[in-house]
Design a protein around this ligand. Structure first.
Ligand code: SF4
Length: 275
């Protein structure tokens, strides 16, 4: 039977209902059973460290990947290495294309992102969005550490969403977790975290684009602080933000990656796991 993206959008809605009733390990089990190729992209933040730990413990077939932008804090690079050692897992690193990077620097300068929103988005495109597209090239499920509490923009995220631009299911298993729960999980399981958190950096991205927050500021106030509030996303988790996505065409239209999810959508509405 032919299935469309509408079927997969319905699948996302049904999974979303299921997720509400499951704990984190059950959520990961469901993802591991359903996906043909699930990829979790970590930026090494608190939530992502909790998810990396949970995936490592669960042994579910979920690939862990990170975007090596070339502008990360030394503390983040050190945490990446410590995390691999601690859990004995492969965290696949995706780098910017050298030619695209050369073009960016030639046009805007190494730190041209401070000059305009366009120049900043162009940098995020080269250093983050294109490597993300490569990381998700064969994925049918993209796992993230997004939480509703993190910002106003993220307050309405679902556990499972159909990402039409990328042609995959986007799964946020920690969507309903509070900051307190995250910190409790870190403490209880001695999960390695970035020492910058203790120095006022709740959300950590590239070094030149992240500052410590002041008392009373939101978690993400230190990201691209020189810009107006409404432009402060890099495009990884928002749609239609100025044509800097670039990844959809590289990944291909729908593609083979989603075929397994198509198979999971049964006419009578049941969800079938591959497990
Ligand atoms: S966060 Fe800053 S340095 Fe990193 S990719 Fe975006 S603009 Fe470039």
């Amino acid at each position: 039977m032919e299935h469309s993206n509408i079927d997969l959008s319905h699948l996302a809605k049904r999974l979303n209902g299921n997720f509400k009733r499951l704990d984190l390990s059950q959520r990961l089990e469901l993802i591991g059973g359903l996906a043909n190729h699930a990829v979790f992209t970590t930026s090494l933040g608190l939530e992502d460290q909790v998810l990396t730990w949970a995936i490592a413990m669960s042994k579910q077939p979920i690939e862990v990947a990170t975007l090596q932008t070339g502008r990360l804090f030394p503390e983040s690079l050190s945490l990446l290495s410590d995390t691999k050692d601690r859990y004995q897992i492969d965290i696949k690193e995706y780098y910017p294309e050298p030619e695209a990077l050369k073009d960016y620097v030639a046009t805007h300068g190494q730190d041209g992102f401070y000059d305009s929103v366009e120049a900043r988005k162009a940098c995020c495109n080269v250093r983050k969005l294109k490597p993300l597209a490569a990381a998700l090239r064969y994925a049918d499920v993209w796992v993230t550490g997004l939480r509703r509490e993190q910002s106003l923009d993220r307050s309405s995220i679902e556990f499972v969403e159909w990402d039409d631009d990328r042609g995959l299911l986007k799964v946020n298993p920690l969507a309903d977790w509070t900051e307190v729960q995250i910190k409790e999980a870190v403490a209880a399981n001695q999960i390695p975290i970035n020492p910058l958190h203790e120095r006022g950096f709740p959300s950590i991205g590239c070094a030149p684009c992240t500052r410590a927050i002041r008392p009373g500021e939101s978690e993400r106030a230190g990201r691209w602080w020189w810009e107006q509030q409404d432009t402060r996303e890099c495009g990884l988790h928002v749609g239609g933000d100025g044509g800097e996505r670039g990844e959809s065409s590289e990944r291909g239209e729908s593609g083979e990656a989603v075929s397994s999810l198509h198979e999971a959508v049964q006419p009578e509405g049941e969800i079938h796991s591959h497990a």
